[in-house]
Design a protein around this ligand. Structure first.
Ligand code: 13P
Length: 297
């Protein structure tokens, strides 16, 4: 079986397989470690494996490489990217800084390595509020997700959060609507949404949480409607088989679906496709990522 061959080759090569909670179920099943983007960054920093097979999208694999310049990091497909990350350029960050001298720059990990190199600190959806709260600056340029910026602003009214760009968003998460929340409530479910969802959906949901937050909260209710990538419900159902988790039909991130088991096997057989980040960019981006990881959890 292909999964057995993957596990055999990973053991032979001293490779660790990390996978995001949105990966295909069969890819989740062969992973050594599953997690949200913060948990994966921490695991990538802590691993002693020679090779990291990263099943996720490019910015996540880049983060793993930045934290492990001496290790081989492999993304099994070449075109698994994130349209949200592509909404921001380093020039936009530099221009915004020039317009707001004294403001801190906080970038969501869903950004390119070149943008992270311009940031003071990174954050994920799991720790965005804690990261911004930890800063001395009252004005924060926050990008590239405007809905996550809104979420942080709601929690920290004492700060001024300026979204950068003003309208950056995840094409999947902005598709969820109030009618999805209403359908969940009509079923008697607790409704949880990701903070990349629109403000009206956040306000109407019972809980707003990162995918890691969903894992932690799931045991508290018996039935959930989950407003994020549908593979999250596979992850939750494996952890809590006695509870019911309802996705919204068709809620698929096509980039997160690109890695198939065959690609993981190919990666182990050939070493393709190795992630590279330019040394000077990586050094500056590492500072911003490690500052985030060093915060108390
Ligand atoms: P998490 O921080 O919950 O892993 O979310 C990552 C992501 O890319 C959401 O679209």
């Amino acid at each position: 079986m292909i999964a057995d061959e993957i596990r055999r080759l990973a053991a032979e090569q001293g490779a660790v397989i990390l996978a995001h909670n949105y990966e295909r179920p069969e890819v989740q099943d062969v992973a050594d470690f599953l997690g949200d983007s913060l948990e994966l960054a921490i695991r990538a920093k802590e691993t002693t494996a020679d090779v990291i097979i990263f099943c996720g999208v490019d910015f996540m694999a880049e983060t793993a490489k930045i934290l492990n310049p001496g290790r081989k990091v492999i993304l099994p497909v070449q075109d698994a990217t994130c349209p949200l990350a592509e909404a921001l350029t380093p020039e936009m960050v530099r221009e915004a800084r020039a317009c707001h001298p004294g403001a801190a720059v906080v970038l969501y990990v869903n950004s390119t390595a070149e943008c992270k190199a311009e940031a003071d600190i990174t954050c994920t959806s799991a720790n965005a509020v804690a990261v911004v709260r930890s800063l001395a600056e009252d004005v924060v340029l926050f990008g590239p997700d405007a809905n996550l910026a809104h979420f942080v602003q709601q929690h920290l009214p004492e700060k001024q959060i300026i979204p950068l760009p003003p309208e950056g968003h995840c094409p999947l998460h902005v598709r969820f609507s109030l009618s999805d929340v209403e359908a969940g409530h009509a079923r008697g479910d607790t409704v949880v949404c990701h903070p990349e969802c629109n403000p009206d959906v956040q306000a109407a949901s019972d809980l707003v949480a990162s995918t890691g937050g969903m894992v932690r909260e799931a045991p508290h209710h018996a039935a959930w409607t989950v407003l994020t990538e549908e593979a999250m419900t596979y992850r939750l159902s494996c952890l809590y088989p006695e509870a019911a988790f309802h996705p919204v039909e068709g809620a698929e991130c096509e980039d997160m679906k690109k890695i198939r088991l065959e690609d993981v096997l190919h990666a182990l057989r050939t070493g393709e496709y190795e992630v590279q980040v330019e040394t000077a960019i990586a050094a500056r981006a590492r500072h911003a990522i490690e500052r985030m990881i060093a915060l108390p959890r």
